[in-house]
Write a protein that binds this ligand. Structure first.
Ligand code: ADP
Ligand code: MG
Length: 289
């Protein structure tokens, strides 16, 4: 299989060929432990004479199972920060540890494995491959992880069913609405059962109703599959509605960190609402990642 040409934006394929990947490490959600730890994290870009401090000394910790929104105006460094956590980019200085892995110390191959197995990513523009059906798009990370063909088929069907797209599995992205494409991208992000879901403005190209449907799915992944979620958005209302914590960036710096922000009555099963069974309601099967 060819090297992925979209390497900088292609979290799920890891940027290297399947033949170079080795076995799938076991993923279990370690809720409550520190999942992401950044220390004086910087990503500076030099543009001629100018130094752009996209990420400028950010230290933060995110616990396993948290749902964090990363907010800030355009150019504040949200995507740069997310890309560093995703291992799509390397820091200029400082450290980023994800589940105790220091990403800067990983080899190219280890980083590719990390992107393939630990992180699921979704983007504003869906990033599906136009020439492939939904099933083929969702299957791709499994092929890179060298999962057997016989298992792949079931996993793809199951993932598409989870996002309500089983009937569309043989369609190409252009035949689907934006919301459906983002659902497919979520299924692809989920297929290798990552512990961490990183979403960069996942509703940015969607109307508010469709955006809400996508966010409901993301919340289900967080609650029922125990995935840690870091979501970039500039929509504060969306963050207030879905996230437990809002981190605000300005000029590459962390300027505010507001916890306990989940809306009253938003019913977090087993956590805010210990009376509620964890797998109740929703479209997902209660299953650990
Ligand atoms: P946000 O996602 O919050 O809109 P970004 O992280 O994309 O912000 O960008 C932060 C700053 O870094 C911006 O000033 C942007 O122009 C700059 N930047 C981002 N990527 C690059 C790059 N590859 N080269 C140079 N500057 C960049
Ligand atoms: Mg951005």
């Amino acid at each position: 299989m060819a090297t992925c040409r979209q390497r900088t934006r292609c979290a799920c394929f890891g940027g290297i060929s399947a033949s170079r990947m080795t076995s799938v490490p076991g993923n279990s959600p370690e809720n409550g432990k520190i999942a992401i730890h950044t220390e004086a994290l910087c990503r500076h870009y030099r543009m001629g004479e100018t130094l752009i401090r996209a990420v400028d000394g950010i230290s933060l910790q995110v616990r396993g199972g948290e749902f964090v929104a990363l907010l800030g105006s355009s150019g504040s460094g949200k995507s740069s920060m997310l890309n560093l956590i995703a291992g799509l980019d390397r820091p200029t200085s400082g450290t980023v540890l994800v589940q105790e892995r220091d990403l800067a110390r990983l080899s190219r191959e280890e980083l590719a494995k990390y992107r393939l197995h630990v992180v699921g990513m979704v983007f504003q523009s869906f990033n599906l491959i136009a020439s492939m059906t939904l099933a083929e798009n969702v299957e791709l990370p499994l092929r890179f992880a060298e999962v057997e063909r016989s298992k792949r088929e079931n996993l793809v069907r199951e993932a598409l069913e989870r996002v309500g797209l089983r009937a569309r599995m043989n369609h190409r992205p252009s035949e689907l609405s934006g919301g459906e494409q983002q659902r497919a991208a979520l299924a692809r992000a989920l297929i290798n059962r990552p512990q961490l879901l990183l979403a960069d403005e996942p509703t940015g190209n969607l109307d508010s109703h469709t955006g809400t449907e996508i966010m409901d799915l993301v919340r289900e992944f967080n609650r029922q599959l125990g995935m840690t979620v870091v979501m970039v958005t500039h929509e504060r209302a969306l963050a207030e509605r879905y996230a437990q914590r809002m981190i605000f960036l300005a000029d590459g710096k962390l300027v505010d960190d507001v916890r306990g922000y989940e809306r009253p009555g938003s019913d977090r099963p087993g956590v805010d609402r210990p009376d509620m069974p964890v797998a109740s309601g929703g479209g997902l099967k209660g299953e650990s990642a």
